[in-house]
Design a binder for this molecule. Structure first.
Ligand SMILES: [Zn+2]
Length: 362
């Protein structure tokens, strides 16, 4: 994995390569943009280059250069021991920080906590206390903070000094999807690099490559719903959301026929099944939070179904009117807001389904 292997992030790569060619790589970078578009891959590529014992400068072919807008790029050699260790994620000077790292903290109290955010203890132990130490293999030390917008205010405040004056050979890269969750003081100490959503065609191609068993229809649906995030698209495929979408579509077309009780149960069951998947992925979230996230996905897919109905209006007009669809979409958005406000989930589903059925009934 070298820097120039990352696709469709030309503006970001250009900025980084320009800094490299001037030997002015900032000590605190903040990569921001949607989840799953290559921020961490670029951070790893940069880490490899900065740690590599024999970095190379490569001339780009005409095709490549046209896209990236550069004649040559610097990257790690990919062959030395440092490059190998970065690729294996075992380089002693390359540290990735994330929410669940609290489990490796020396203090039992911290280990026992839920890792729902990146707290000050984790940041002190794994970053702040380490930045002053000499690199173990000599060239540099890199800290990548994954989902850095999960840092608490206290953690961000504790990091300010380090971001402002890191020791010469230390580099910190914050990976962020919601910039507005960071303090202005954190933002002002970093050099911001924006990452964009990926083109749908590219996401489709990659999904087909990573999940070759998926049907064409599933690939197209997941890539469309992933909205330029390969990470999210892969989750949609792995969570079998296309199948869920079809079950929801089937139940929604029958909504006017007095099926609302069974629909409440079906949606609640779907939400808890999804919640279980989310909990496997992130064991620190509670049962009720997992169900809430599951319901959010169910609502989102239902809203997507109604939006499709509007788009293909001519085909479906016979059983549902445009106004009904618009009302349903608004109602689902309202239910999402209630979920965010921690209202009782059973009640949210019952009222929602009742309203949807009421407006669909003829
Ligand atoms: Zn190397």
């Amino acid at each position: 994995m070298s820097l120039s292997d990352v696709r469709h992030q030309d503006a970001a790569l250009r900025r980084i390569q320009q800094a490299l060619s001037r030997d002015r790589v900032p000590h605190a970078y903040l990569f921001h943009g949607p989840e799953g578009v290559g921020k961490e891959r670029v951070a790893r590529g940069l880490a490899q280059l900065l740690l590599c014992s024999n970095p190379t400068e490569r001339e780009l072919g005409i095709d490549e250069a046209g896209v990236v807008g550069l004649k040559r790029v610097r990257e790690g050699c990919g062959r030395c021991e440092d490059c190998r260790l970065v690729a294996a994620q075992t380089h002693p000077d390359f540290h990735v920080i994330y929410r669940q790292l609290h489990r490796d903290h020396p203090e039992a109290d911290v280990r026992k906590r839920k890792g729902l955010e990146i707290g000050v203890d984790v940041l002190r132990h794994f970053v702040i206390d380490k930045v002053g130490l000499t690199p173990l293999r000599g060239r540099a030390k890199l800290f990548v903070i994954r989902a850095a917008d999960d840092m608490t205010v206290q953690a961000q405040n504790a990091l300010l000094k380090t971001l402002e004056e890191p020791p010469g050979s230390t580099f910190i890269i914050l990976l962020v999807s919601a910039v507005d969750r960071l303090l202005p003081t954190t933002l002002s100490r970093c050099q911001l690099v924006r990452f964009d959503g990926l083109p749908e065609g590219f996401v489709r191609e990659k999904l087909g490559e990573f999940r070759p068993a998926l049907s064409r229809e599933r690939i197209e649906w997941c890539a469309r719903c992933g909205e330029g995030s390969l990470g999210r698209t892969l989750e949609y495929a792995d969570d079998e959301l296309f199948e869920l979408h079809q079950r929801l579509a089937e139940s929604l077309t029958r909504l006017g026929d007095g099926h609302s009780d069974s629909l409440v149960k079906a949606w609640t069951d779907e939400a808890s099944a999804l919640g279980e998947r989310y909990r496997k992925r992130d064991p620190d979230i509670t049962d009720s939070e997992a169900t809430r996230r599951g319901l959010a996905t169910v609502f989102q897919l239902a809203a997507g179904w109604y939006a499709d109905v509007l788009r293909n209006y001519a085909d479906t007009a016979q059983f549902i009117g445009a106004e009904t669809v618009a009302t349903a979409i608004n109602r689902l958005a309202e239910a999402q807001r209630q979920l965010d406000l921690n209202a009782n989930t059973q009640l949210i589903v019952e009222t929602l389904v009742g309203d949807l059925a009421g407006s669909t009934a003829v």
